[in-house]
Design a protein around this ligand. Structure first.
Ligand SMILES: [Zn+2]
Length: 420
């Protein structure tokens, strides 16, 4: 496919990573990943050293969880408390929480002020090896994604950010005491990122029980008025009906039954140019009060402004994974553009499924090759490289609906997927 019609937001909200031009964005991406790795360790010292000047630490939730018993409803949720990051480093003091044995996956959710990028600077689980290595968010380079030094990928997000372990079939010790350090920074899309003093709320969702053989997934199709579509008209609209059928068939193949609720979103954007965080956050906030489900916003057009160029985008997700919390959050949803790409087949259904895949924790099976030929692949071992049949190919086509067993496992461990 042509560069201008490439896939969604691949890894992170910073502008470089949104750029739908595969080769160029991937080059930036790889370079920054390497730089993050190269600076590992520097910030670790700062994190500890800044603890005395940080304020507002409240770890009341963590102590309570030492004796917590996994509830029968599969997900153990608790608040760790609020952490205050330091203005000089953007780092919080270390905070701890404990998980009872048996956790299969752990989601750590950060909530901060609007526009402030958040990430875990450090994560150690159960006294084992570091899941996230200090220093990967460099002060001299804008961070996009932690691929080296992080056992499981994570990417910074403004206001709401989620880290998930595991999101790949790698061994991880989740029982016991976890220690985390939060990092907050501002970024305008140009280096360097600047540390920010921010109060950041931390919550944990741990998934227990056997892997689900099958499940249910609720999706809210949020109609913004784009295309003349409303909640009343959309179910009978031929293109929407076909897209929903594709979505349902894609997930039915891994025994996940998708139910779709149609809803009108008042005051939403029809077109998002320069897909900035603030614009998209504003869009996502319009679904506040929506029933539980992944909110899929159908808008007319989505583009990334690169200087004088406007590059069409198929869609983007509010995170990999997206937040588990209620609708209305700054990252609580995915966006998919209705505008048909010139010379391209209609990919609306696969685009919706693809963005939901991101929201549930899947990275691209393969990203586009960089100019030097290097290519980034996910950490899953059963996704063939550059497989255009895979849903999470960086540029999915109408036939790109395949999900591997490991991709299915990541999807089914999400709390968004309920038992049948
Ligand atoms: Zn994508």
């Amino acid at each position: 496919m042509t560069a201008a019609t490439a896939c969604c937001m691949p890894v992170a909200r910073p502008r470089q990573s949104w750029r739908p031009v595969g080769a160029r964005s991937c080059l930036v991406f790889m370079a920054l990943a390497a730089s993050c790795h190269g600076t590992a360790g520097d910030v670790s010292t700062d994190a500890r050293g800044d603890a005395p000047e940080a304020a507002g630490l409240d770890q009341s939730g963590s102590a309570d969880t030492d004796q917590a018993i996994p509830p029968p409803d599969r997900v153990l949720h608790f608040e760790v408390g609020s952490l205050q990051t330091a203005a000089t480093t953007g780092l919080s003091p270390p905070a701890t929480f404990a998980l009872p044995p048996g956790a299969r996956a752990t989601f750590v959710t950060l909530m901060g002020p609007p526009g402030v990028y958040l990430a875990l600077s450090r994560w150690q689980s159960g006294g084992g090896p570091l899941l996230i290595v200090p220093g990967w968010v460099s002060g001299t380079h804008a961070p996009l994604l932690c691929t080296q030094g992080c056992a499981f990928r994570q990417s910074p997000r403004p206001e709401q950010q989620v880290s998930l372990a595991p999101n790949a079939p790698l061994p991880v010790q989740l029982a016991g005491t976890h220690e985390i350090v939060v990092q907050a920074f501002s970024w305008t899309g140009k280096d360097p990122a600047k540390p920010v003093a921010a109060k950041v709320a931390v919550a944990v969702d741990a998934v227990y029980g056997d892997p689900l053989p099958s499940g249910r997934l609720a999706v809210n199709l949020c109609l913004t008025g784009a295309g003349g579509l409303t909640a009343a008209l959309a179910p009978k609209h031929e293109r929407i009906a076909q897209a929903v059928a594709t979505l349902r068939e894609t997930f039915a193949a891994i025994a996940v039954d998708v139910t779709v609720t149609y809803m009108d979103v008042p005051g939403a954007h029809f077109v998002v140019h320069d897909a900035s965080d603030l614009q998209v956050a504003e869009l996502f906030r319009t679904a506040k009060g929506a029933p539980s489900g992944i909110n899929v916003f159908l808008i007319q057009e989505l583009s990334f402004e690169d200087g004088a160029k406007s590059l069409p985008m198929m869609g983007l997700s509010g995170g990999v994974p997206g937040p588990l919390g209620p609708a209305g959050g700054a990252q609580a949803g995915v966006v998919v553009a209705l505008k048909l790409e010139v010379g391209q087949p209609d990919r609306l259904g696969v685009a919706i499924a693809h963005e939901i895949g991101h929201f549930l924790g899947l990275y691209h099976a393969s990203d586009a090759a960089a100019a030097d030929g290097t290519q980034l692949h996910d950490q899953l071992t059963d996704t063939p490289e550059s497989d255009a049949a895979n849903l999470m190919h960086w540029s999915p086509q109408p036939h790109s609906t395949k999900l591997s067993a490991q991709q299915a496992a990541v999807i089914k461990q999400s709390p968004w997927v309920a038992p049948p």
